[in-house]
Design a binder for this molecule. Structure first.
Ligand code: GTP
Length: 460
């Protein structure tokens, strides 16, 4: 049991559910069991009518999942002592608080939910043929037990959030540090490349008639998903964001038939001056950031899994805000143990390093590649839909299978990998996404390995 559940809270709970309160607890238990669906309906109707709260709840989710879990939570909370395991019940409150922290559900909304459950329970009590003293005692007990649950949830919430903030900080330092010199050149080249393409389209015309937006090209995606976060505190970051928006808003002019050549040239000149400004700000940002080398996985130099919560939570927030999707792919090497057994641990390490390089070089610079531990990797593909994500996963799988892996003493070998893929589908908890990818991976292993499986509900 975690330390969060203190002896004090446990004994407070025990004294509330001890024998002399048994008659009241029995009334509560039976009322909650009979009316759990109604309490849940009341709770969600109330929450969904509030703008703040409804952003965390979709109607579908409430229908399919949340209402049932709330009912289970309520019933479990008011069990009579002989029917339940107190430690497990208290621990459950801690888990709920941790989930709330992961999905960044503001704590005042949780407390409002609790208030709502109390209010409706008071109405239910009034409808019963109970004497006033019993009604008051039942309400007091119901209220006290909910309050202890809230106290535990809040404690777990704060503890998790503080840990999250610490890891955000380390992550920020890391993302600035991650091979900063090479990243600077790579992004400047990506920006230049986009600009050249635009000039080319202006001169020779574009098949689609539309130039691609800067925010969607390699530089734009990198800046949005990594750069802006890494350099969040600098004023240049805002300036780059503004320049990207300005550029994209003028793009239509460059190829439009309705614009005169002079207007087109003017738009081009403006875009050119803005891209130069971006380059200048980018140089500033990289120059200011110091070389820090925290948080890499020592063997592979990939992102360490401790940054996973930060990256996943940011992706979820981004997907929500922009109504976009992202994918998580878990990649696990097949029969890796036999490589260690046959060639030795050092050779195994070298395989992991070569596969990591391969994964890094095959992904877009805006994607995230983690080493999860052992021979397991996770790739987060940003701003992507299912078909494209499957193609990327398959590309990675084939690249790994094709690669001639070099081992000590001039030996070579081949390895394959199994991949589990899932797409963000609106669930606010990133651990659900990881569990889905894991289930898909498990299926890929069961199918005989060296394959990619996309998560579907049937895998549950
Ligand atoms: N060389 C090396 N080996 C590692 C490292 N981390 C984990 N391993 C080894 O990776 C192997 C993983 O074995 P298993 O989990 O059985 O998986 P597998 O052999 O790849 O089999 P499947 O995943 O079922 O295809 C174990 O032998 C671990 O000791 C590491 O950093 N370096």
């Amino acid at each position: 049991m975690q330390r969060l559940v203190s002896e004090r809270l446990k004994s407070d709970w025990q004294s509330l559910v001890q024998e002399q309160h048994a008659p009241h607890l029995n009334i509560i238990t039976s009322l909650v069991e009979q009316h759990s669906a109604e309490l849940a309906r009341y709770f969600y109707a109330n929450m969904l009518s509030d703008d703040d709260a409804s952003t965390f709840l979709s109607h579908d989710e409430v229908k399919q999942r949340l209402s049932k879990s709330l009912q289970r939570w309520l019933i479990n909370l008011f069990q009579v002592p002989e029917n339940y395991d107190l430690d497990a019940t208290l621990q459950q409150q801690v888990k709920v608080g941790e989930v709330h922290a992961r999905i960044k559900l503001p704590i005042h909304l949780v407390l409002r939910g609790a208030r709502c459950l109390k209010k409706h329970f008071a109405e239910l009590l009034q409808e019963q043929a109970l004497d006033p003293a019993t009604q008051v005692a039942c309400f007091q007990l119901y209220s006290d037990l909910i309050d202890i649950a809230m106290e535990l949830m809040s404690l777990a919430y704060t503890t998790s959030t503080e840990a999250g903030v610490r890891s955000e900080e380390i992550y920020r330092m890391y993302s600035i540090a991650q091979n900063s010199a090479a990243e600077r050149e790579r992004q400047k080249a990506a920006l230049l490349n986009w600009e050249n393409k635009l000039m080319f389209q202006h001169t020779f015309g574009s098949e689609s008639g539309q130039p691609s937006a800067l925010r969607l090209c390699e530089f734009g995606l990198w800046f949005h998903h990594k750069g802006a976060h890494a350099f969040a505190d600098y004023k240049e970051t805002k300036l780059i964001e503004q320049a990207i928006t300005e550029i994209d808003s003028r793009l239509g002019f460059v190829l439009s038939e309705q614009q005169s050549p002079t207007e087109k040239l003017e738009a081009l000149r403006f875009i050119r001056s803005q891209t130069q400004a971006i380059q200048f700000h980018l140089d500033e940002l990289f120059t200011r950031s110091s070389e820090m080398d925290h948080g890499r996985d020592v063997l592979t130099h990939l992102l360490n899994r401790k940054f996973l919560p930060t990256v996943m939570m940011r992706q979820i927030a981004h997907a929500r805000a922009h109504n976009s999707r992202f994918a998580a792919v878990i990649i696990d090497l097949d029969y890796f143990k036999s490589i260690n057994d046959e060639f030795g641990h050092e050779a195994g390490d070298s395989v992991l390093q070569q596969v990591s390089q391969l994964l890094m070089s095959a992904c877009r610079s805006s994607d995230f590649v983690f080493r999860m531990g052992g021979e397991e990797f996770l790739v987060v593909l940003v701003d992507i839909e299912e078909e494209a994500a499957f193609q990327v996963a398959e590309k990675l799988r084939k690249l790994v299978a094709k690669e001639k892996i070099h081992l000590p003493e001039n030996k070579t070998t081949k390895v394959t990998a199994s991949l589990g893929l899932t797409l963000y589908s609106g669930h606010p908890d990133y651990q659900v996404i990881l569990r889905e990818a894991d289930k898909a991976l498990y299926q890929a292993k069961n199918n005989g390995r060296n394959s990619t499986v996309i998560y579907s509900k049937e895998l549950n």
